[in-house]
Design a protein around this ligand. Structure first.
Ligand SMILES: [Mn+2]
Length: 278
């Protein structure tokens, strides 16, 4: 049995089909998306249909799924073409509830799957606990909760104190597990504005570092943390982490990572893609 984890697909259905062909799946193999199945690319609907309707396929949640869930529960006055197209499909409600029930952090033996990353200042167990809290919040949030959280994303840049409002803590969990790239070294706060490639940006490494470069307890425990979300890295790997977003929707390609063997397969992008910076 193999467990293949697939990087950010973003509606790139043709590339996905070609990658799956490379994998030559057996009937007991499993395919898990690292999140961001939808949006930006040409065919989010076919990707959603495949992952939500087949027992062999699963996904964790990405920030684009959460954005769709929030938009669907809003008054939908914000015009988002891709979201409107998904919402018009006959199975939209079913897809929505499937998305709302995905894991934020999925553990398979010693391997952790998460869309953006783990907070290095928490233990693995604390990361799992907070990710599960976020999962249950997403499952049960009301329209009002979603409306309120929308305005909070920038407020919880540093870890909120336990005495602070629950929604502030939830917004921090969203930022960590679904949006994080860089962490400010001095005050251990999230640096959400920075999206460049580490080492090539203008900012010094002494100011902010990729979350997986921050000194953490993970190194001692040597889990395998597999993440997506960060296309400009073009795939990255270290002693305990592997980034598998290789920018399919930006014209590069789609990556699959096999959990037990660490084997990687790459499929160059076949879908009509968007231009970088577009
Ligand atoms: Mn993402």
């Amino acid at each position: 049995m193999k467990i293949w984890v697939i990087g950010d697909i973003h509606g790139c259905y043709r590339s996905l089909m070609a990658l799956l062909e490379q994998l030559q799946l057996n009937s007991d193999d499993v395919v898990i998306s690292i999140g961001d199945l939808i949006n930006r690319g040409p065919d989010s609907e076919s990707v959603l249909k495949l992952f939500s309707e087949n027992a062999q396929f699963d996904s964790i949640i990405g920030n684009h799924e959460l954005a769709f869930i929030r938009w669907f529960h809003s008054d939908r006055s914000r015009k988002i073409d891709d979201f409107e197209h998904i919402a018009r499909q006959p199975y939209a409600e079913r897809w929505l509830s499937w998305m709302r029930n995905r894991d934020v952090l999925k553990k398979i033996e010693n391997t952790y799957l998460v869309h953006a990353g783990l907070w290095p200042h928490w233990t693995l167990e604390q990361n799992q606990e907070h990710a599960d809290t976020l999962k249950y919040w997403i499952q049960s949030a009301s329209q009002e909760d979603f409306d309120q959280i929308g305005s909070m994303f920038d407020l919880a840049i540093t870890e909120p104190l336990k005495s602070e409002p629950y929604l502030l803590q939830i917004s921090f969990y969203i930022n960590v597990f679904l949006h994080m790239r860089f962490i400010n070294v001095d005050d251990k706060s999230l640096h959400l504005a920075r999206k460049d490639i580490p080492g090539l940006g203008e900012e010094s490494i002494f100011e902010s570092q990729p979350w997986y470069m921050i000194d953490s307890q993970f190194e001692k425990k040597l889990p395998k943390v597999v993440f997506g979300h960060w296309a400009s890295l073009g795939g990255v790997s270290g002693p305990w982490y592997t980034g598998i977003d290789t920018g399919c929707v930006w014209g590069k390609g789609l990556t699959a990572y096999e959990v037990y063997s660490g084997l990687i397969k790459f499929q160059p992008a076949l879908d009509k893609h968007i231009e970088i910076g577009g």
